[in-house]
Ligand binder design. Structure first.
Ligand code: FES
Length: 247
């Protein structure tokens, strides 16, 4: 039986070169890639979680990761790279242990998101999509996180930190850099690292999904009002409601 911890052997030698400090993909990675593929009736549907799995090992979608996905799905590397570069959740350079996202979409921006991002740029010396030299944090400005009711909102490793200010954002980043991450505002009671969260996004359960509140009071205001007023959604039309068409 193959040693699952041995580096994965890929078709093209240049794709196996791994930068210093980045763990190599292993035969265990290939086994888990195949486990993901087996979940889907069409193999190429597995590509997105496969890319998250690569990130869970290496902290980004490396050339070796692209090659492994292409090999297992019988796609070209260009096809895999086209997907990996389309979605912004896939990093093209190693992310920090804590990937800090600041929403600068319209609502968050006007309520302070732009000021928060400017503050963090100045405080960390990083700009969009940069990682600190010690690998602790990376910074990104994000589009809408579907959390406008808590604007301005930040995410660290895709967990929410709601109702931020430049001061609280600076304190959050200081805590992350000190290796003492505070609990997210909603969701689990501890913050996982970027690679740990990437493994969850690849579909490997970390058992934390049921922790903490999800929809909070601001999110449920509309529902509460609708119930209070007795509002109901109109019924879906049935085939009998469809207008007759001339044959
Ligand atoms: S605009 Fe920031 S979460 Fe929607």
């Amino acid at each position: 039986m193959a040693d699952t911890s041995s580096p994965v052997v890929l078709g093209l030698p240049e794709t196996t070169v791994v930068p210093d400090g980045i763990p190599a993909l292993t035969e265990q990675t290939r086994t888990e890639v195949r486990e993901i593929i087996a979940r889907y009736p069409r193999s190429r549907s597995a590509l997105l979680p496969m890319l998250h799995l690569v990130q869970s090992v290496q902290g980004y979608v490396s050339p070796a990761g692209i090659a492994l996905c292409a090999e297992e799905l019988e796609l070209t590397k260009a096809e895999v790279a086209a997907v990996a570069t389309f979605y912004t959740m896939y990093r093209r350079k190693p992310a920090g242990t804590y990937h800090v996202g600041v929403c600068t979409n319209t609502l968050c921006a006007v309520l302070g998101g732009d000021a928060i991002f400017a503050t963090l740029k100045e405080h960390t010396g990083l700009t969009h999509n940069e990682t600190s030299a010690d690998g602790t944090i990376s910074l990104e400005h994000l589009e809408c996180n579907a959390a406008c009711d808590y604007a301005p909102v930040m995410m660290v490793n895709w967990e929410f930190y709601d109702n931020q200010t430049p001061q609280s954002a600076r304190a959050l980043v200081d805590a992350l850099q000190a290796g003492n991450p505070p609990a997210p505002t909603r969701g689990p009671s501890t913050l996982s690292t970027f690679t740990q969260i990437s493994r969850v996004l690849a579909g490997f359960n970390d058992g934390l999904g049921q922790q903490g509140p999800t929809a909070g009071t601001p999110t449920l205001v509309g529902l509460a009002l609708a119930k209070e007023r007795g509002d109901v959604a109109p019924a879906y039309p049935t085939p009998a409601d469809a207008p007759e068409t001339e044959s």
